[in-house]
Design a protein around this ligand. Structure first.
Ligand code: DGY
Length: 314
């Protein structure tokens, strides 16, 4: 059986997998594989480990006649054509659970930075404008008087809600899946937009959630709301967001993900009310090592004919 790994993982996948396969090929190029490279790499593999930057489409799968098992180094599966994978009887595993706390922590880093306007405050100092303490300089949100609205109440949404208790925030949430025993009060999407001082997005990207935050939704938010996205970029219409931020300088956004990664909408990075980081939600050393371990161990299990531990049910 042959195995392919598209990027160097935080654990040495090649050496760890070598005893279980006839060959293991690592395609590290310092960038995601192009469609052509991906088609070629996958074409003679039974087992393949990919990244969220490598869409496994119907077109790619047409080259993957031997493929039996695909592991993605991610929790999100929106880059995979799940229907086509199912039709071909290819098993899939992903990495849920291990990045919950890391992502919730990054969401909170963005919430705190945006709600206290740390980006323009640092710029003000760097620009030599600081002449001493001022009573009304960079006034931000009092979190303990504020409402946090969470969109998507899966594990990460719940971990973000849990942390809100320490800051004395009221929590409301909007979610499509049924959840029990979670922090906060369930509300409609419109109510969440209108009532929240801080909104944090934690739903998966699906046809239902693509552009959930369009210009209309953005206009329903409070004009000084904080919006955080550590989920998937296309959930927010980025062009509409840039316009909204220009019109509402007191609205702040914290973004870890972008609509057309790695591209960022023109103008967004220059805005003083946008804090943008490059998809690092899960980037604690521990979380990334666990993600690698899961991919590697499920590939080993597959090679040994054992039950997968993190199979995504197609
Ligand atoms: C995921 O796993 O889906 C994150 O976006 C990256 O870790």
């Amino acid at each position: 059986m042959r195995c392919g790994v598209t990027r160097q993982l935080p654990l040495d996948a090649k050496s760890l997998l070598a005893p279980y396969f006839d060959s293991v090929e690592l395609y590290e190029k310092g960038r995601p594989l192009t469609q052509e490279e991906l088609s070629h790499a996958i074409s003679d593999k039974e087992v393949f480990i990919c990244q969220l930057t490598e869409p496994i489409t119907q077109n790619i799968l047409e080259h993957a006649n031997r493929l039996r098992f695909l592991a993605t180094f991610s929790t999100g599966v929106d880059h995979l054509d799940l229907k086509a994978l199912k039709q071909r009887g290819i098993k899939v595993s992903h990495t849920p659970g291990v990045l919950t706390e890391a992502t919730a922590n990054l969401a909170w880093a963005l919430i705190l930075s945006c709600s206290r306007k740390l980006m323009p405050a640092q710029r003000y100092l760097q620009d030599g404008k600081f002449n001493g303490f001022l009573p009304s300089l960079f006034l931000g949100l009092a979190l303990e008087q504020s409402t946090l609205g969470i969109v998507g109440m899966g594990k990460i949404g719940q971990a973000v809600a849990h942390r809100a208790r320490a800051f004395g925030m009221k929590v409301i949430y909007f979610t499509r899946s049924s959840v029990e025993g979670v922090e906060g009060v369930s509300v409609s999407f419109e109510e969440l937009l209108e009532k929240s001082d801080v909104i944090s997005i934690h739903c998966p990207l699906t046809p239902h959630t693509k552009h959930l935050f369009n210009s209309k939704a953005l206009s329903l938010m409070k004009s000084d709301a904080v919006l955080i996205n550590t989920a998937r970029g296309p959930i927010v219409n980025e062009e509409g967001l840039v316009e909204h931020l220009k019109r509402n300088p007191n609205c702040f956004v914290g973004l870890d993900v972008f609509e057309n990664e790695p591209k960022v909408a023109p103008g967004l990075l220059e805005l003083p009310n946008a804090l943008c980081v490059p998809h690092i939600g899960s980037a604690s050393r521990w979380a990334r090592e666990q993600m690698a371990r899961i991919c590697i161990e499920d590939a080993m299990r597959f090679a040994r004919g054992e039950k997968l531990q993190y199979e995504y049910s197609l």
